[in-house]
Write a protein that binds this ligand. Structure first.
Ligand code: NDP
Length: 257
């Protein structure tokens, strides 16, 4: 790539939570960031403004990843946005973060509709996003998938959700072998409980929750979105160039035993 072009990133689901923290972190590393959102355009714009306030560059792109048309619209929006904001349509880093994070529940409670939606957003969308973006992903780039510690820890009420994250770990390993010749790395970062808005609300409703969470971890604080963004930024940086096909547990040592 031209040496004067800035590095670029797409972070899906960057309107809030962990995705927003990742977008801000990558922008701090000098990348022009495509801030993707599903429905909440105002929240995505807030992410863009937070990045601008820190001297970074970003733009928002909306697309519903439950449909394949949404995936294709995101690809078009990112290519056009990068061409307008970063000189050409080239992409260095893809972070597949957007996900339906609420599972239907236990085996007997899951519905076909909820199951299909989980797999559409959490598995099908990142798969076809990679398929469609590979032509513009620059050699030496990085793909980081946001997984979950629930592939390691059995939570009965998150069964179908956990299965989507397991599928993404398989995607990570095999895709790493497929794109490695182009020096593109593929890894999963697997958070444990992380304090986004929903966990903040749960902690306010249940005062003992913070203590309970910490009791199940090696490290003594509740995971913050920034605790996830830092390892993502490392894997996306030149320092992570020799790491591929792996799952990085970023859970503060949740349920180590
Ligand atoms: P949030 O629920 O806070 O945010 C989800 C993001 O994904 C939002 O930006 C949302 O967009 C987007 N999104 C959701 N559904 C769709 C859709 N159909 N189409 C397009 N975009 C969509 O997520 P978290 O920050 O909590 O989680 C981020 C990642 O981390 C996820 O992959 C999650 O599975 C994983 N994770 C989170 C943990 C946690 O404790 N928070 C623990 C382990 C893993 P919009 O705002 O427009 O709705």
């Amino acid at each position: 790539r031209g040496s004067r072009l800035p590095r670029t990133a797409l972070v899906t689901g960057a309107s809030r939570g962990i995705g927003r923290a990742i977008a801000r972190r990558l922008a701090r590393d000098g990348m022009v960031v495509a801030v993707h959102y599903g429905a909440d355009a105002a929240a995505a714009q807030e992410t863009v403004e937070l990045i601008a306030a820190e001297g970074g560059r970003a733009f928002a792109v909306g697309a519903d990843l439950a449909s394949h048309e949404g995936v294709l619209a995101l690809v078009e929006g990112v290519r056009a946005g990068l061409a307008a904001h970063a000189g050409d349509g080239g992409l260095d880093v893809l972070v597949n973060n957007a996900a339906v994070t609420t599972s239907g529940g236990h085996l007997q409670e899951e519905t076909v509709e909820a199951f299909d939606r989980l797999f559409a957003v959490n598995v099908r969308a990142p798969f076809f996003l990679v398929q469609q973006l590979l032509p513009v992903l620059r050699d030496g780039g990085a793909i980081v998938n946001i997984g979950s510690a629930v592939t390691r820890i059995s939570l009965a009420d998150e069964l179908a959700y956990a299965m989507t994250k397991g599928a993404m770990e398989t995607f990570t390993r095999t895709l790493a072998n497929v794109v490695g010749t182009r020096r593109i790395t593929v890894n999963t970062v697997a958070p444990g409980p992380t304090q986004t808005a929903s966990l903040t609300a749960a902690m306010a409703a249940v005062p003992q929750l913070e203590e309970l969470l910490i009791a199940g971890q090696a490290l003594p604080w509740v995971g913050q979105p920034e605790d996830i963004a830092d390892p993502v930024a490392f894997l996306a940086s030149p320092a992570g160039r020799w790491i591929t096909g792996t799952v990085v547990d970023a859970s503060g040592g949740t349920y180590l035993g």
